[in-house]
Design a protein around this ligand. Structure first.
Ligand SMILES: [Cu+2]
Length: 331
């Protein structure tokens, strides 16, 4: 069942409204006619001959009424077509001005998510707040709102490889680290664990050109923003004859699906606007070879750093979205 404010749901409501209106009119007319002209009841329009079965009552027809029988349904059908095409436009031709662009590549047999825009995000509602300044490199973590934080894992990727540091913070209200050791061109994350080693909070920066690959990585996208995904099927590197095979990106819970078409240079495009944080399964919906069945993954919808996923985006972007300061995007 799609969320209540998706185009599908809105279109369903509109069609239901017009269906009920037409049903009230036609069934009302039907039952009135049945009651008025049933056997044993004389029509009050005296002086008119009874209607002969199988013969059109040419003498007493009503041109205006008959014309309305054609005109009204035609208007209705045209109107329903306009409604349906309007939803199509909303899905396939949205306003992409403020969209979050991402590249999705399909290989045999995995998906690769390539970031063409940076994304900095953080869990919300955990009582922990990570702050990191891209200019000074100063990192501070606030545990003030009652958390059971025990250890912090700070991980960052450099040209040389992955670096990981762990800090013990149990009992601390605030943690500060002043080293400007991070460069925004590299990926980095801060994970906070409790004493039992359970992950309680995540802050992450994904730089441009970073790649996440299924099944180990989810596709991470921000909530309340239009996601503009360019999709390409990829073949074997260095083999010009192998341009890949057909795949399809499918998120069953959202009711959306788009094909990857091999050899299509411009690729295909998929637009979607998630408004609830969470993790949703991805499936390949086009048979693509022996391991098609294991071509799965997850899409993780997150709030950008210092934002929440509470905006009701509806069919279009809501006005409140224009106040987004794109905190992470500036980096
Ligand atoms: Cu596939």
């Amino acid at each position: 069942m799609p969320a209540e404010d998706t185009v599908f749901y809105v279109l369903y409501d509109k069609y239901m409204f017009w269906s009920i209106l037409v049903a009230i009119f036609t069934f009302g007319w039907l039952f009135t006619a049945m009651l008025r002209y049933r056997d044993g009841v004389e029509p009050d329009t005296t002086g008119i001959d009874h209607i002969e079965v199988g013969a059109f009552p040419v003498d007493r027809h009503n041109t205006k009424l008959e014309a309305m029988f054609y005109i009204l349904p035609t208007i209705l059908v045209v109107w329903l077509t306009v409604l349906a095409l309007g939803s199509n436009t909303a899905v396939w031709n949205p306003d992409t001005e403020d969209s979050f662009e991402i590249q999705i590549n399909a290989y045999q047999w995995y998906f690769e998510f390539e970031y063409t825009e940076p994304l900095t995000w953080e869990d919300t509602g955990t009582g922990i707040d990570v702050d990191w300044s891209p200019t000074t490199g100063l990192l501070s973590i606030n545990f003030a709102n009652g958390s059971n934080a025990d250890t912090i894992e700070v991980k960052y990727t450099t040209d040389e490889g992955v670096d990981k540091t762990e800090y013990n913070v149990s009992g601390m209200q605030e943690f500060q680290q002043g080293e400007a050791f991070w460069l925004t061109k590299h990926s980095q994350h801060i994970k906070v664990f409790d004493a039992d080693g359970v992950l309680v909070h995540t802050w992450e920066h994904i730089p441009v050109n970073h790649k996440l690959i299924t099944p180990s990585d989810p596709m991470i996208v921000p909530c309340d923003e239009l996601i503009d995904a360019s999709m390409n099927s990829k073949g074997i590197e260095g083999d010009d004859r192998n341009v890949g095979v057909q795949h399809a990106f499918w998120v069953p819970e959202w009711g959306m699906k788009e094909d990857f078409v091999p050899g299509l240079e411009a690729g295909t495009t998929l637009y979607f606007m998630p408004d609830d944080a969470g993790t949703f399964p991805i499936r390949c919906a086009e048979y693509c070879g022996l391991q098609h069945s294991v071509m799965t993954g997850e899409v993780k919808v997150v709030a950008r750093d210092n934002q929440t996923c509470e905006a009701d985006t509806g069919v279009k972007k809501s006005e409140s979205d224009s106040s987004n300061n794109y905190d992470g995007g500036e980096m």
